[in-house]
Ligand binder design. Structure first.
Ligand SMILES: [Zn+2]
Length: 382
């Protein structure tokens, strides 16, 4: 049953989400413009074994410059068809999710290169509602939203994403410590340090609230961020496993990377289909973004090592820079990395992760890595 269709429009970026009552298979196809019949180019999704819920809105007027409208109909007894009338788009991707089951269609108006950020021009969402609040299903947003910058020379925008939160504790470690609390403490330090150094920072969460993975990426894409840094802590069945690793977006480099990605992708009860994600990665025309991401990952991993290796000889272990298809990274339209701060399941590392001093070092290492990367970005006059 197709239950609902919603859309969120931002500058140069539109998200359409189709909510269903269970996992559903679908096919994505494109149709060129048909000027004779006055038809624009179209993208359509055929949902198999699908019926429309009686209360479903059959048509959404979008008219945001990227999509004109979305409409859905029962195509035949067994198939529901969603058609997106295109105004102007550069690319799009479709990713299925569960918890709740839904298909997310992200549409981009241009192929922005991460090194050449455009000016920040945000327009109010056409519905007049707060898009993030709406996504959260509540009234107001609990997510801090940065004020629109009025810059002549645009500051670099960095999104700091503390993993998990609220009802999602993340990994549960030694003596019952929660990943969500550790990563929030470090993320808040990273954000504070970056702000003090004059950078513009957006946090997906700065307190203990629940966000889905797609809400995190909506925030990042809406703010047209230059860099997305997701902060997590690791866990393993083997209590001896420890160390720090930084991921960038790629196909999984090895079996364990794939497992870590599968676990982090499952955040919040939802999970995304790993095969679909890897397929999507293959299709992404974003090799530039992928290269840049691995550079940032190396800078961060290296700066963490410089700070921690001499001070924590007993516990520090460099697990290196790896690739994996994290959804939170796939969904962002920018350079993105995911830092695994250490293992909450390792008694000593877990204890360190709960100390203020160690958290400060972790934050400083991440900030230094980010700044090393930002210095390499060309200054773009606007
Ligand atoms: Zn995590």
């Amino acid at each position: 049953m197709i239950q609902d269709i919603r859309n969120w429009s931002f500058d140069d970026y539109t998200r359409v989400v189709v909510y269903t009552d269970r996992k559903i298979s679908y096919a994505v196809r494109e149709l060129p413009a048909d000027p004779k019949n006055g038809k624009p180019p179209r993208i359509y999704l055929d949902f198999e074994h699908a019926r429309l819920a009686p209360e479903l809105r059959k048509e959404l007027a979008i008219n945001d410059g990227l999509l004109r409208r979305a409409r859905i109909a029962q195509f035949d007894r067994d198939t529901a068809r969603l058609v997106l009338d295109v105004q102007r788009i550069a690319r799009y991707h479709v990713v299925p999710f569960s918890g709740p089951p839904r298909i997310v269609i992200d549409v981009y108006g241009s192929d922005r290169k991460v090194q050449v950020p455009g000016p920040v021009v945000r327009k109010a969402p056409p519905t007049g509602e707060d898009p993030v609040g709406a996504l959260l299903g509540g009234g107001g947003s609990s997510v801090p939203v940065a004020k629109t910058a009025p810059p002549k020379a645009r500051k670099k925008v960095i999104v700091i994403d503390a993993g998990h939160g609220g009802k999602d504790p993340g990994a549960i470690g030694y003596k019952g410590v929660y990943e969500k609390n550790i990563v929030l403490a470090v993320a808040n330090r990273v954000a504070e340090q970056l702000r003090r150094r004059g950078h513009r920072v957006i946090q997906t969460r700065d307190k203990d609230v629940f966000l889905t993975l797609e809400e995190r990426t909506v925030i990042a894409n809406r703010e047209r961020a230059d860099l997305f840094v997701s902060i997590h802590a690791n866990s393993a069945r083997n209590p001896a496993a420890h160390g720090i690793e930084t991921y960038h977006l790629a196909r999984a480099t090895d079996k364990r990377s794939r497992e870590v990605a599968a676990r982090e992708n499952a955040s919040g009860g939802g999970d995304s289909d790993m095969d679909a994600l890897e397929e999507l990665l293959g299709a992404l025309r974003l090799s530039n973004k992928l290269n840049v991401s691995s550079t940032v990952a190396r800078f961060v991993q290296n700066n963490l090592k410089l700070l921690l290796a001499p001070r924590y000889r007993d516990t520090y272990r460099d697990l290196g820079v790896k690739g994996a298809p994290f959804y939170v990274l796939v969904g962002t339209d920018m350079a993105a990395i995911l830092v695994e701060l250490g293992f909450v399941t390792h008694p000593k590392e877990s204890k360190l992760l709960q100390t203020s001093r160690y958290r400060d070092y972790l934050a400083t290492g991440i900030v230094k890595g980010i700044e090393e990367y930002l210095k390499k970005l060309p200054k773009v006059p606007i």
